[in-house]
Design a protein around this ligand. Structure first.
Ligand code: ARG
Ligand code: ZN
Length: 875
């Protein structure tokens, strides 16, 4: 079934009130829903009421206290239709269903994770609990009563504020919760089980005290401290940056170990993948700490962007997700280093969103059709969606943007809104027409800008010739011209900005060229010397650039661009160009060589004390195999790509051995561990230096020493990765892997790192390693974190291993996807996206990848999730 944006219409009935009663038991939970149903004004009395279900067992149905006659009812596991609803506009519908949470392996609806009852209802999981109008424009006030055995579930949580609790007969007890804010069903949540609590409180800007609770497995309380701190900082930041205050008396977070995604913003009761809550220096890396901070913030920020203002339908998903990602990006930028954060965001966008946008799964930020909505929780909706919001701020300026946001909150609070509503508040706040800009929501594909420049010294004119194009994407062959805000700088000798008198050919405001036409000749007058041009500063638009620029200018910008992002970009472009040239040399049977001024520049940047260590670490991190492949674009031979990358790493290490070694020693941490950004940056720099030094004589011993003397997981995992990847099969690598396994065998989240590191060891042996690790006692096909760490890492972060020329990697993936699918279609569909760029491979691998996709497509009874991904990938 295909769902289309243009088919939206309001439902005939509303559900202003929802009362839910749960009697919890692993195999036979009884759910009694008492719904106040209201026929919408103007709808005929004979309009049937059609409720969504998904695999439900119906026990009974009553209307206003009377059992409904079977003839007036159409009931199946997936739908409940009242053929003759009462004549009264308002009536009470009582529905009893029975569920088996312990057998629910799809992890949607009500399920059990480590014996804890929990729920995941976004997008369409609520219909696996009871029959309902399970769509986000049905806002209802929920009251929930939970009954359970006190032994099994001493803790009973739901949305909103606690109302009462008490004892029942036979060792059972109950608790009831009321959420005064009308909400869509996807924000419903329930948690019941035996969990430890970390408690704190926060006083909001108007002086209300909010009780904060983070619930984790008993004994893990000490691991929730960082998450709690991040939560309080998030609450503070949303008040300061957006004027948004929290609205309930309590805010609870629960960490569970079986979870399909990162986390979920259920009203007043966020549920998290425990990977994004639990952390201390012994078990979590600096990247884990940063992710926890960002995701805690993201889910908290949803309280306003998602919950108070929700989405009219699932086509509007980016209304809450893109905006909330933008907000969490800004939060992290304020808490950490803005420049470093921006570089990291762009790397992520290019690694995940660009290939999506440039392949068979491309879709607009606001899609117009879907078969399975779960497959649209994508990098395009989230990350490109955030970039679109950022562009609105760039175009309007921070102040007008804030005025637009204020208007959005004021006008749409309590509503289920659309992207059109969102754009309109900014048009009104600014008085501008954003209709061309809105194409960013409607049109898929990564725009490209071709730029060349000329300088006429006699006329003192500098001209940029800029041309935009948007490549065709599935079902959108003709593209319209977009409004692209291109931040730029003209840079003269010594890195000083170049002044100009006038500019013609495009509107230029505050350092931004507004590209609106296919071609612009942007002429700057009064420019005596030829400047170097810095383009797309701060990554002002999510586009690719084809710039005709002299290498000398590129080297100059890599040292002197005052925009930190663009300075990083200039060096990264130099590295990429060198890697692509090396790739071609290798294909031509030659030894790759690299310009000494490039490898020397790596040394200069590494030891430039005016730059933050975290920035230097990002600069020294070579584009990954997949990044290089993406920039090459077609006819990819992943082995040649990998060889090129290894050769450049070796050249940089060799050219700078002594300097890197001195710097490495000087960065050794003498202070007590702190997860703050500056300390993390020093560790990042030291660990990337270790990676280079490990390629030089004595490298394995150095990494082994680093591993043994590590006092935190960041250093330990980094050293283990260096040993496993750079010294695969060495005694040092084997010893370190064994020691790590022994120490952390009983900590699944740490064992995920062990799986990940081995899954990403390059080379043809990887598929066998991964296959045998699926039999490891710490591995489980039923747990999404395990599956992603081992199978996900292998198929998306191991180019040489996965793309083994004989196709064994693809066959293994296909087989594993089908195995995972039996339990969890959502996770299986996500895994299958690893094959989305199959058309950019060289012909031999392309054929093998296609065979694997076809073998999945030919399997009988595929889930909607997997069928959708595989068919679009092959189309
Ligand atoms: N709304 C959640 C977040 O981004 C994501 C939940 C997606 N879940 C799903 N099953 N599709 O914070
Ligand atoms: Zn979100």
């Amino acid at each position: 079934q295909v769902f289309k944006l243009e088919d939206y219409r309001p439902s005939d009935y509303l559900i202003p009130e929802t009362n839910l009663d749960f009697r919890l038991s692993p195999q036979a939970t009884v759910v009694t829903a008492i719904l106040t149903v209201e026929r919408r004004e103007g709808i005929s009395k004979s309009a049937p009421l059609v409720l969504d279900g998904d695999g439900l067992t119906l026990k009974r149905v009553e209307i206003d206290g009377k059992t409904v006659r079977p003839a007036d009812l159409l009931a199946s596991p997936d739908q409940l239709t009242l053929l003759k609803p009462p004549a009264a506009r308002r009536f009470q519908l009582r529905i009893e269903t029975e569920l088996a949470p312990a057998s629910n392996e799809a992890l949607m609806g009500l399920y059990r994770s480590n014996n804890v009852y929990c729920t995941q209802c976004e997008a369409e999981g609520f219909r696996r609990i009871t029959y309902f109008l399970d769509r986000p424009d049905i806002l209802s006030v929920y009251t929930v009563r939970i009954e359970a055995s006190r032994d099994e579930a001493p803790l009973l949580l739901s949305n909103g504020n606690p109302v009462e609790n008490g004892d029942l007969a036979d060792g059972w007890h109950y608790a009831s919760w009321h959420d005064p804010f009308p909400k869509p069903s996807y924000l419903f949540a329930l948690v019941a089980g035996n969990l430890g609590q970390v408690a704190d409180s926060f006083v909001t800007m108007s002086g209300r005290k909010v009780e904060l609770g983070i619930y984790v497995e008993p004994g893990k309380d000490a691991l929730a401290g960082y998450a709690m701190d991040a939560l309080k900082r998030s609450m503070q930041w949303d008040e300061e940056a957006f004027g948004r205050e929290y609205d309930l008396d309590v805010f609870n977070i629960v960490a569970v170990s079986d979870f399909n995604m990162g986390a979920m913003e259920n009203k007043g009761l966020n549920i998290f993948n425990d990977k994004y809550v639990l952390a201390d220096q012994e078990t979590a890396t600096d990247a884990d700490f940063a992710n926890i901070e960002a995701i805690i913030a993201h889910e908290y920020f949803h309280n306003w962007t998602g919950n108070r203002i929700t989405c009219r339908d699932w086509f509007q998903l980016c209304l809450k997700e893109g905006l909330t990602v933008f907000r969490d990006h800004e939060f992290s930028a304020d808490q950490r280093s803005r420049a470093v954060k921006r570089i990291a965001e762009v790397r992520t966008l290019r690694a995940h969103q660009f290939p999506e946008d440039q392949g068979p799964l491309a879709h607009p930020v606001r899609p117009r059709r879907y078969r399975e909505i779960n497959n649209f929780y994508t990098a395009t909706v989230y990350e490109k969606g955030s970039e679109v919001v950022r562009m609105i701020r760039t175009i309007l300026g921070a102040e007008v943007f804030r005025a637009g946001m204020d208007l959005y909150f004021e006008r749409h609070d309590g509503e289920a809104a659309t992207i059109e509503d969102f754009i309109k508040v900014f048009e009104e706040a600014s008085g501008r027409d954003l209709s061309q800009f809105a194409l960013w929501y409607h049109q898929a594909g990564t725009p490209n800008l071709t730029v060349s420049s000329t300088h006429n010294p006699a006329a003192q004119e500098f001209t940029l010739e800029i041309e935009q194009s948007v490549p065709p994407t599935p079902s959108e062959s003709r593209k319209r011209l977009m409004h692209i805000p291109l931040a730029f700088g003209l840079i003269g000798a010594g890195g000083k900005p170049v002044e100009y008198d006038r500019v013609e050919g495009a509107s230029v405001e505050g350092g931004v060229i507004h590209i609106r036409k296919r071609r612009h000749m942007v002429r700057f007058s009064g420019v005596a010397e030829r400047p170097a041009v810095s383009l797309n500063r701060g990554f002002s638009a999510p586009v690719t650039l084809s710039v005709e620029q002299k290498a000398a200018d590129q080297f100059f910008l890599a040292r002197h661009d005052s925009d930190a992002f663009s300075r990083w970009q200039a060096f990264n472009t130099l590295l990429t160009d060198a890697l692509i040239a090396a790739f071609r040399q290798i294909l031509g049977g030659k030894q790759p060589d690299f310009a000494p001024r490039l490898t020397d520049l790596a040394g200069v940047i590494a030891s430039d004390e005016t730059l933050e260590p975290a920035y230097r670490a990002l600069a020294l991190a070579l584009p990954g195999d997949a990044d290089i492949a993406r920039d090459i674009g077609k006819n990819i031979d992943p082995d040649a790509v990998h060889t090129a990358r290894h050769a450049l790493a070796l050249a940089i290490g060799t050219a700078n051995g002594e300097a890197f070694s001195g710097l490495y020693d000087s960065l050794a941490d003498k202070n007590a561990f702190s997860p703050d950004a500056a300390s993390a940056g020093r560790r990042a720099l030291r660990n990337i230096l270790l990676d280079y030094l490990s390629l030089l004589p004595g490298g394995a011993a150095l990494a082994a020493g680093h591993f043994q003397s590590a006092t935190n997981m960041t250093d330990r995992a980094a050293a283990l990765a260096v040993l496993a990847h750079r010294h695969h099969g060495s005694s040092e690598a084997k010893k370190a892997l064994a020691a790590f396994e022994k120490t952390y065998a009983s900590d699944p989240l740490v064992m995920d790192k062990w799986f990940q590191i081995q899954a990403s060891v390059p080379g043809p042996q990887a598929v066998d390693t991964v296959r045998s690790l699926t039999a490891h006692p710490g591995f489980s096909m039923g747990n999404p974190n395990r599956v992603r760490s081992l199978i996900g890492t292998f198929s998306s972060a191991n180019q040489t291993g996965f793309h083994r020329p004989d196709g064994e990697g693809y066959r293994f993936l296909a087989q594993t996807v089908l195995e995972v699918e039996k339990r969890n279609p959502q996770v299986a569909a996500r895994l299958a996206t690893a094959l989305r760029s199959w058309r950019s491979l060289e012909p031999g691998r392309q054929a093998k990848a296609r065979e694997a996709l076809v073998s999945i497509a030919n399997t009988e009874n595929l889930s909607a999730d997997l069928r959708d991904i595989v068919e679009r990938t092959l189309a």
